[in-house]
Write a protein that binds this ligand. Structure first.
Ligand SMILES: [Zn+2]
Length: 109
């Protein structure tokens, strides 16, 4: 069994994974204006937590209010930026443009 580098726990599914495969995020702001910032470069200061870059893990963490616990937040943080980042990096499934144009091909011509 070879482990390369440190492992972290995903706050969504609670599975341990290599830190490099997880998305780090931190909380910014204070009081009633808390938001979660994705930190793919792992450079932001402050207490961070880790999550698989997967919408399912994000949803699980939100449902269990895991963000507040992991980051010791006193309020509810806005997850909009984090959700948007995960949507961008996660691979969408569904028909590609190539498949869509193949369906439009008319065999009668
Ligand atoms: Zn996960």
């Amino acid at each position: 069994m070879s482990t390369v580098g440190p492992t972290r726990t995903c706050v969504g599914c609670r599975n341990r994974a290599p830190a490099a495969s997880l998305l780090r995020f931190v909380a910014a702001g204070s009081g009633g204006d808390l938001r979660l910032l994705p930190d793919p470069g792992r450079r932001l200061p402050g207490r961070g937590a880790h999550l698989h870059p997967d919408p399912a893990c994000l949803a699980q963490a939100e449902r269990r209010r895991a963000f507040g616990r992991a980051l010791r937040l006193t309020g509810v943080a806005d997850t909009g930026l984090l959700a948007e980042h995960i949507r961008t990096v996660s691979v969408p499934c569904g028909p590609t443009d190539d498949e869509a144009s193949a369906l439009r091909h008319d065999p009668a011509r």
